[in-house]
Design a protein around this ligand. Structure first.
Ligand code: F0G
Length: 391
């Protein structure tokens, strides 16, 4: 940080930050931060990643803070910060580029919402026609809005995600002009593997012992495993993390297979969970997921809706990170595993949160009244007393 003072916008008097308050002590004018830029040159900003803190010399903050959630070496890789608010963008930018390379004019997906939102956005940008199939009444409001806003053709299926994907695959098989962008598309998974590259990059190529992800169709966990494996083959890193997949209790064909040591999954009919993003009974990528978990000596775990909602609130209130319920599943699962002792709190753990909390405002209806805030009607200027009483 470069040196600065607070200067009054009116009388120009200067104050030190500690003594200043929010208004000029002499005339009550507005204050402004004034850096002493005499003799200063541009730091090596072009070598830093784009972020608010890239420009830290010109920000009036001295101390660097790090974030923690109880576990000593836990990192949250928050994929909700991607352009459309979920991890899907990594895969979609690559898959759309490939679709264009292949001369495709129409792209198609079935989705619980995030794939659709991402595909709709990247299709709009690329100028290709986008068709999305979504299970009616089972998709979070924010995701529906994204799909509509980006101008995709939205088809709602009476049924669940698994049925929507089945009919999408049939259509893509029969009519080649519709290019399927679900996670059976291998090019999309290539984009998604960059999650692993980025985790290693951000940790300075220190390999975390454990990576925890929510699992639906299983595209993301298997793509991440592929990414870690490629960096190992390139000898950028020596080993790979244990991969841990978390599913919702009533939508957990993969966790069930892992726990009962089956080599195959048994598809589940009518899966249920508040985490609609991972409400999937017949995950297409199951062979890749089971192999990734086995090879990495990882595991899979289930969590209840209640544990998911608790973890969502915990992450939001303790860390200021707001994720959607499916993402909170990874936090809830990690908590369960560390309580059981399957994860050692001293290990370096990366928990991937996959989508932004704003995507699913329906959670508001699930919160207890005690958590939804106080009411105070300000009827006249004398309400300060009432306000102070509440506080
Ligand atoms: N988290 C979120 C927020 C998701 O949207 C999904 C999948 C997952 C986790 C699971 O990822 O399927 O690669 O194992 N959403 C898909 C969709 C199914 O249509 O948006 P996965």
């Amino acid at each position: 940080m470069w040196p600065y003072k607070l200067q009054c916008f009116e009388c120009q008097r200067k104050f030190l930050a500690q003594e200043a308050g929010l208004r000029c002590k002499t005339c009550g004018g507005l204050l402004e931060v004034k850096f002493d830029l005499a003799g200063k040159r541009e730091p090596a900003w072009n070598r830093r990643q784009l972020s608010v803190w890239k420009y830290r010399e010109l920000l009036p903050i001295e101390k660097e803070e790090s974030r923690k959630l109880g576990l000593k070496n836990l990192y949250i890789k928050n994929e909700g910060e991607n352009p459309t608010g979920s991890f899907k963008d990594r895969g979609m930018t690559v898959a759309i580029s490939k679709a264009i390379e292949l001369g495709k004019k129409k792209v198609l997906c079935a989705s619980t919402g995030n794939t659709a939102a991402s595909l709709a956005a990247y299709s709009a940008r690329a100028g290709v026609e986008c068709i999305v199939l979504m299970p009616k009444g089972k998709v979070a409001g924010g995701k529906m809005l994204q799909v509509i806003m980006h101008g995709a053709k939205l088809i709602q299926i009476r049924g669940d995600f698994d049925q929507a994907l089945e009919v999408a695959m049939e259509l893509a098989d029969k009519r080649r002009e519709f290019y399927l962008m679900n996670s059976i598309n291998p090019f999309r998974l290539e984009g998604q593997k960059t999650l692993a590259f980025e985790i290693l990059d951000q940790l300075g190529n220190r390999v975390p012992e454990v990576v925890v992800l929510p699992v639906g169709n299983g595209g993301n966990i298997s793509a991440a495993w592929k990414g870690f494996s490629e960096f190992q083959q390139l000898k950028i890193v020596k080993n790979r993390p244990r991969m841990i997949g978390i599913q919702a209790e009533k939508a957990a064909p993969i966790a069930r297979a892992v726990k009962s040591r089956q080599r195959k999954i048994r598809p589940l009919h009518n899966p249920q969970t508040i985490a609609t993003a991972i409400r999937i009974g017949s995950p297409v990528n199951w062979p890749k997921v089971l192999l990734a978990i086995r090879e990495s000596k990882g595991t899979a775990e289930t969590v209840t809706d209640r544990q998911i909602l608790e973890a969502q609130r915990e992450l939001a209130t303790l860390e200021g990170i707001f994720v959607e319920p499916a993402s909170a599943a990874s936090i809830a699962g990690l908590r369960k595993l560390s309580e059981e002792g399957s994860v050692d709190p001293s290990e370096t753990i990366v928990c991937v949160t996959t989508g932004h909390g704003l995507k699913d405002p329906s959670v508001l209806e699930r919160l207890p009244k005690s958590q939804t805030g106080y009411n105070l009607e300000i009827t006249n200027g004398s309400s300060l007393e009432a306000l102070e009483r509440i506080l």
